[in-house]
Design a protein around this ligand. Structure first.
Ligand SMILES: *Cc1c(COP(=O)(O)O)cnc(C)c1O
Length: 389
């Protein structure tokens, strides 16, 4: 029977213990045994897919990977300890000295550091193109360009990149398209359907959805994933079985959670859009979003993140955070609890104004990760905080 990915995310069960348990047990073991030397030889010779050692594979990790593979419509996958390990492995296993990586400029902070600080040390060139100016992308492709990397929606500015356009460009120039799909989740957007070859996730965010564990995953083309698997098998960023167990369980509720996050976010975004203390507000599923057409084309809903600019700038941003009564001020997103952040005074506080503007962080920018609380409670918290700004 052909099952819908949403059903697969609930029903895939990779391994049982023999106790007829309904839920997947936790396989907290570093290694796996063999009945004889021949069986062990065959496993090491890749003649079987038996588990050998939990750095290579583990039933809880495999279950989590199989679910993401189903949700993203991918061929294969590998799970990592964090989202950053997934991003790093997707670069290091595929790119080599002399290659060039073309990336959109609005990327997650640590990804920016990998691209600017670490890749050049290994002889891998990298350059940025503007997320909201696709016209400049083709001219930025070099003879040695091997991969296009992008996030959509971008963090924290919620710019959208047309996946169909990026995939067509990658195809024309025979490049690998690698997409960080963390903000949208596979329930909202499936880059592989548009032609992406690799999709990376920080599972720490919406996939866990309750701010409890770190994790990452890379899915995509079978051959590329095999290269990534071999890189990770040797270098060791494996996902721990317990975290995989939590994340696999979380996937049983991802669809209903994401629908509610998006419904709450749309409600809050609509109510705030014309607030007198706000100069602009961005949410992909509001018609006022400059790239709303792209959102309708590639996203099933607007997601759980919205952002707005306070007219009062940097000082107002600080006041806003200090005035919140319900929402949490913390460096995470994608949680059942709503979270507010003011990048200019916190995560990006060390940068100069010019450096911040380069990554589209304006002085009064507030990012809200909308949780699963009663939506009007979150809205009222924002409204009362805005009164002080
Ligand atoms: C958080 C995040 C990451 C990094 O994930 P970790 O699990 O924190 O290592 C990468 N990309 C995006 C878009 C993120 O939000």
């Amino acid at each position: 029977m052909e099952l819908h990915p949403i059903t697969q995310a609930i029903r895939i069960q990779t391994e049982r213990s023999g106790q007829k348990e309904h839920s997947t047990p936790l396989f907290l073991t570093s290694s796996f045994t063999f009945d004889n030397a021949e069986d062990m030889r065959a496993a090491f010779a890749d003649e079987t897919d038996d588990n050998i050692y939990s750095r290579f594979s583990n039933p809880n990790v495999t279950e989590f990977i199989d679910k993401i593979v189903a949700l993203e419509g991918a061929e294969a996958g590998y799970a990592t300890a964090t989202g950053m390990a997934a991003v790093f492995a997707s670069f290091m296993a595929v790119l080599k000295q002399g290659d060039h990586l073309l990336s959109c400029n609005a990327v997650f902070g640590s990804t920016h550091n990998i691209i600017k600080k670490w890749l050049p040390r290994y002889g891998i060139e990298a350059s940025y193109v503007s997320a909201n100016n696709p016209a400049e992308w083709e001219a930025a492709i070099r003879p040695n360009t091997k991969m296009i990397y992008l996030e959509t929606p971008t963090n924290p500015g919620l710019e959208l990149i047309d996946l169909e356009f990026a995939a067509a460009l990658a195809k024309k120039h025979n490049l690998i398209l690698n997409v960080d799909n963390c903000f949208a989740t596979p329930l909202n957007q499936r880059p592989i359907d548009f032609g992406a070859h690799l999709v990376v996730h920080s599972a720490t965010k919406w996939i866990d959805g309750q701010g409890r564990v770190l994790g990452g995953v890379i899915v995509g083309d079978k051959q590329l994933i095999h290269d990534i698997y071999l890189f990770c098998r040797n270098t060791g960023p494996a996902l721990a079985p317990f975290n995989a167990w939590v994340l696999s369980k979380s996937l049983e509720t991802l669809d209903v959670r994401m629908e509610r996050h998006a419904k709450n976010a749309l409600h809050i975004a609509s109510a705030l859009e014309s607030h007198p203390k706000i100069s602009w507000l961005k949410y992909p599923y509001l018609p006022s979003h400059p790239q709303h057409e792209i959102a309708l084309k590639q996203m099933k809903n607007g997601g759980g993140i919205l952002c707005f600019e306070l007219k009062g700038g940097l000082e107002s941003g600080r006041t806003f955070l200090n005035s919140l009564k319900l929402m949490t001020v913390t460096a995470n997103l994608g949680d059942s609890r709503s979270i507010a952040s003011h990048p200019a005074s916190t995560t990006h506080g060390k940068l100069t104004d010019e450096e911040r503007l380069e990554v589209n962080i304006t002085p009064g920018l507030i990012r809200i990760s909308v949780g699963l609380e009663y939506a009007d409670d979150v809205l009222n918290d924002i409204l009362q905080a805005l009164e002080s700004c």
